[in-house]
Design a protein around this ligand. Structure first.
Ligand SMILES: Nc1ncnc2c1ncn2[C@@H]1O[C@H](COP(=O)(O)OP(=O)(O)OP(=O)(O)O)[C@@H](O)[C@H]1O
Ligand SMILES: [Mg+2]
Length: 281
């Protein structure tokens, strides 16, 4: 199937109803209120970046979209079960031990569509090979998944999510720990998948990654701001979200600059959580 045929099939088969959160709150067993008052919309054909400090509720919000967690208050419509969702989970740097090859991992992505008894057919093969090529993991095809480096494994997991061909693509900190070419590949994928009509939602600590998305939600266990990157990524909002100790630029109110060399933002320092935090010099 050509790229164009895949694209048209995607548009035809997708449920294009936007995903609406109204007054959503989430809490964990220990009564910890992870999110509250979240009202926002995720449209098909758009990308959204979730930004916020560690513990601000980004992964929780992705879990709500997946249906892994139920809202404690508020509504999500349509119900997450009415859309197909692919998730690339947050990486923690551990070496996964899985006695499977990269090829096996990618082929597993097609289980949902073909069920357990149907054969892995030519259409499945094309979709999996297309995803592998786009994430540049074809040369790793026969390698053991558990023996890959963290960055290689991350690219395989993104390829697996793409091959699921889902209505909604969620990626939790997809570029953390990746080298620059791999980061660029993932950023390109975010844009391509959005153009294919999917709802794409990523969490990130990188301003550059947030700036390429259509919408940014700035979280601090509540919604500090929602809108375009330019509207949301202001010094005032970032200070509120991160409790910024230092934020300086020529334009005090706007952290977003079209000229990438301009401005300096030190959103917050690395406290050893292993994240690459947002910096612009
Ligand atoms: N399984 C859990 N049980 C109890 N509390 C949890 C659980 N998972 C997350 N939390 C709490 O909910 C809040 C939001 O956590 P979440 O993982 O959504 O944050 P995050 O923005 O993804 O953070 P990070 O940038 O570190 O990934 C935190 O205070 C966290 O301690
Ligand atoms: Mg998280």
């Amino acid at each position: 199937m050509s790229d164009q045929a895949l694209f048209i099939r995607d548009l035809v088969t997708q449920n294009r109803e936007p995903l609406d959160f109204v007054g959503v709150a989430a809490r964990y067993n220990n009564d910890h209120l992870a999110l509250s008052g979240i009202t926002c919309r995720f449209e098909h054909g758009t990308s959204t970046a979730l930004m916020g400090a560690n513990g601000s509720g980004k992964t929780t919000l992705l879990g709500l979209i997946c249906g892994f967690a139920q809202p404690w208050k508020g509504t999500i419509s349509p119900a997450p079960s009415e859309k197909s969702v692919a998730l690339v989970a947050q990486q923690h740097g551990q070496r996964a031990w899985m006695p499977v090859t990269v090829q096996d991992v990618l082929r597993m992505s097609r289980f949902r569509d073909r069920g357990v008894i149907k054969r892995f057919g030519p259409a499945d093969r094309i979709i999996v090979e297309d995803a592998a090529e786009r994430l540049e993991v074809t040369d790793l095809w026969n390698r053991q998944f558990g023996e890959l480096s963290g960055g290689q494994r991350q690219r395989v997991m993104v390829a697996q999510a793409m091959a699921q061909d889902a209505d909604v693509l969620l990626m939790d900190e997809p570029i953390t720990g990746l080298d620059l070419p791999s980061q660029e590949t993932i950023l390109r994928i975010v844009d391509e998948e959005r153009r294919r009509g999917r709802i794409v939602v990523i969490s990130t600590h990188h301003l550059d990654e947030a700036e390429i998305c259509n919408q940014v939600l700035l979280l601090a266990n509540r919604l500090i701001a929602a809108g375009t990157p330019k509207e949301v990524l202001t010094n005032k909002n970032l200070r509120e979200a991160f409790g910024i100790r230092e934020a300086h630029s020529d334009d005090e109110d706007c952290a977003f600059h079209d000229e990438r060399s301009e401005g300096a933002i030190h959103v917050f320092e690395d406290h050893g959580h292993g994240h690459d935090h947002a910096h612009r010099h």
